[in-house]
Write a protein that binds this ligand. Structure first.
Ligand code: FEO
Length: 401
């Protein structure tokens, strides 16, 4: 049965939440689920902005049928061709044979890559700044390549001042009745997942996100309608400022994240000693994660949040402990930069993880390595305990400066 919600009197949300999917993109754990958003604007012509994942397909088609209330569907705008939004595109076009697809040239090409479908005379190819009028609403198309795929674009509706922002400003998390971010405690309940979504999905493409932000800075936005998570109609500038920080690799907090890779607990002991000394020196809200227990996507997200990072790793097969190596390679892949970093290594035969962690960090931009690294052989001894305290003092002085 349909479950449609109004964004405005003319704009309807037709999406649905998936609370069963374990891994978004078969990679990222989503214990809070995810919402796939689709929007219908009813005017002299009807225009659908994006479709949904297969998992939400049944509900979406019930919603679309109800929302159209017997009318034809005239246009389907495809802002993004990733299957979490486009899996039901061709079924939509089959249900509504008079509907035309509106997308840029890359979108139209990708439709042909994903589907075997004849769209002769059914496509409208748009470029930067092109407009489409449906009666009292006028839609302008703004290219947003790499936010998150090369074909991605945003669509701005001038009359009601709505930005349909594709993946930008989305978040993990199923919706729970409240459609608008101002109906939730977004900062407390949603921001960690919004950060994890951004950093892991789009974090690599900071310069491209900056280009998109420059375009939307000139727009008056009353409603921000992303493809995942809640719709924004208040405090939009607050969320845009988060995107400014994340896309420029600017830490949100002067804070310390310690990522620890420990096989039998001795490296973890070193991390705990360091963390306790940081607290003694006045550092607050220290975050310490075991890389074998905390998903790498959480650690990537926290590394984007914090100004200071500590990596404490056992040596494994003469290299970095495998989960820690995954963390560091993922941070490098996501283009993390501009952080102050300290290292702790451990090894019973010959500690080697520090040198190799340094090598990965040296390939990342503007990472300031605090010296000296603390090197352990099997467990923390007296002199090494002092070295950990000294390192903590150095970190604390920098964080609190
Ligand atoms: Fe939500 Fe890049 O797809």
């Amino acid at each position: 049965m349909y479950c449609v919600q109004a964004v405005t009197s003319d704009i309807l949300w037709l999406g649905a939440s998936d609370r069963r999917l374990g891994l978004f993109e078969n990679v990222y754990p989503i214990p809070r689920g995810v919402a796939y958003n689709s929007y219908l604007v009813k005017d002299e012509k009807t225009i659908l902005l994006d479709t949904v994942d297969h998992a939400a397909g049944d509900r979406f088609f019930e919603n679309l049928t109800f929302a159209l209330d017997g009318r034809n569907l005239d246009y389907v705008v495809v802002n993004h061709m990733e299957p979490d939004h486009c899996a039901t595109l061709v079924d939509t076009l089959t249900h509504y044979p008079n509907a035309k697809v509106v997308g840029n040239a890359k979108v139209i090409t990708m439709i042909g890559q994903f589907f075997e479908v004849d769209l002769t005379d059914r496509t409208i190819t748009v470029k930067e700044g092109d407009t489409l009028c449906t009666g009292k609403h006028t839609f302008t198309f703004l290219m947003a390549p790499m936010v998150h795929w090369p074909e991605t674009m945003c669509t701005y509706e001038q009359t009601e001042k709505v930005l349909f922002s594709a993946d930008a400003f989305g978040t993990f998390g199923a919706l729970s009745g409240n459609l608008f971010a101002d109906e939730m405690d977004f900062e407390h309940d949603w921001l960690p997942d919004a950060r994890r979504y951004y950093t892991n999905i789009v974090g690599k493409y900071g310069p491209q996100v900056q280009s998109m932000l420059k375009k939307v800075a000139d727009l008056e936005i009353a409603y921000l309608c992303p493809l995942h998570g809640p719709v924004w109609r208040k405090d939009i500038a607050w969320f845009v400022e988060k995107y400014q920080r994340w896309s420029t690799y600017t830490p949100e907090d002067r804070a310390v994240m310690i990522a620890c890779g420990s096989i039998y607990g001795q490296t973890e002991n070193a991390a705990d000693i360091l963390a306790a000394r940081l607290a003694e020196k006045g550092v607050q809200k220290i975050a310490l994660y075991d890389v074998s227990q905390t998903d790498v996507s959480e650690i990537v997200s926290e590394a984007f949040r914090c100004s200071h990072l500590v990596f404490a790793s056992s040596t494994y097969n003469a290299g970095i402990f495998t989960p820690m190596e995954h963390v560091l390679q993922d941070l490098k892949a996501h283009n993390l930069q501009n952080r102050t970093v300290a290292l702790i290594e451990n090894g019973s035969w010959a500690p080697a993880s520090g040198k190799q962690m340094t090598a990965i960090l040296s390939e990342m931009k503007n990472m300031t390595l605090l010296e000296p690294m603390v090197s352990l052989k099997s467990s923390v001894k007296g002199t090494q305990r002092q070295a950990l305290l000294d390192l903590a003092d150095q970190i604390a002085a920098d964080v609190l400066a």
